[in-house]
Write a protein that binds this ligand. Structure first.
Ligand code: FPP
Length: 249
């Protein structure tokens, strides 16, 4: 069932939402457990996870978040049973097929991070279509991390940088943190201000290893399909009360 994205009633509300953080990254964990607790196959949890993605994208638009990066499929997720891998990799197409009109209406721009070459062609084409269709939108940028791994991203960046050094497009003196950032999949995007991980685990699981250096972390035991705008706003509220010192005092 398609859930409403931003309905008329909500868009006419005159609530003023506080702004920031600019970039939120989310590890959407707990889909499998959510389904198993209900005696359903794990894939039912992933399917339900799409509804949460829709709710959180909608909340992020309302909160004027500039970038939302969601960990949809990691380079390590290939170790799962093939049937589950196949199912997860079909979800981006399903999500975009149903919600692209709403994403367009809400000025959302779609981007991807990760190695798209390893992804099934029909998913890759659906995602590329959405990237192209939303290219000129300047509202929320939704980064879908697909076949993404932080270590792999850094290695790829180093290889590209090495090639540019050999071609004399870059000198060793010019290599610095900013330069390396420019070679990552997230080039041009602000680094995440806030990382949310649902599902009770407290680890990074190879997500945005370079980019999360000064990010604030917010963990919850709530499983991704149960996560809602309420907890999302709570995370934002706590973030706004934190003092970010970036190594200073
Ligand atoms: C981790 O939970 C979740 C994933 C590996 C898949 C996440 C995918 C979605 C939420 C749907 C993506 C939607 C879009 C928009 C493309 P888990 O399976 O590890 O859960 P568990 O820890 O309970 O086993």
């Amino acid at each position: 069932m398609k859930i409403p994205f931003i309905n008329d009633k909500q868009s006419k509300e005159s609530i003023v939402y506080p702004e920031g953080p600019d970039h939120i990254a989310i590890i959407m964990d707990g889909n499998g457990r959510w389904a198993q607790k209900r005696g359903m196959p794990r894939i039912a949890g992933h399917k339900e996870g799409i509804s949460t993605v829709v709710k959180i994208v909608k909340a992020a638009v309302k909160c004027k978040v500039k970038f939302l990066t969601i960990y949809t499929f990691s380079t390590e997720n290939w170790k799962r049973p093939k049937s589950e891998v196949d199912f997860i990799l079909k979800l981006p197409k399903e999500f975009l097929h149903t919600y692209l009109p709403d994403l367009l209406t809400n000025n959302v721009r779609i981007e991807t991070i990760g190695n798209m070459e390893g992804i099934p062609a029909s998913t890759r084409e659906a995602v590329q279509y959405a990237v192209d269709r939303t290219r000129h939108n300047d509202g929320l940028q939704l980064n879908i991390a697909l076949n993404y791994g932080g270590r792999n991203e850094i290695l790829d960046a180093m290889k590209k940088m090495h090639a540019d050094l050999i071609d004399a497009k870059l000198t060793l003196d010019e290599v610095n943190e900013q330069q390396l950032s420019n070679y990552l999949d997230t080039a041009g995007a602000a680094e995440p201000d806030l990382l949310i991980r649902t599902g009770g685990e407290k680890r990074l699981s190879n997500f945005l290893l370079w980019q999360l250096a000064y990010t604030e972390f917010w963990f919850t035991d709530i499983l991704w399909p149960d996560f809602s705008e309420r907890e999302f706003r709570q995370a934002l509220e706590e973030f706004r009360n934190r003092k970010r010192r970036y190594g200073s005092i």
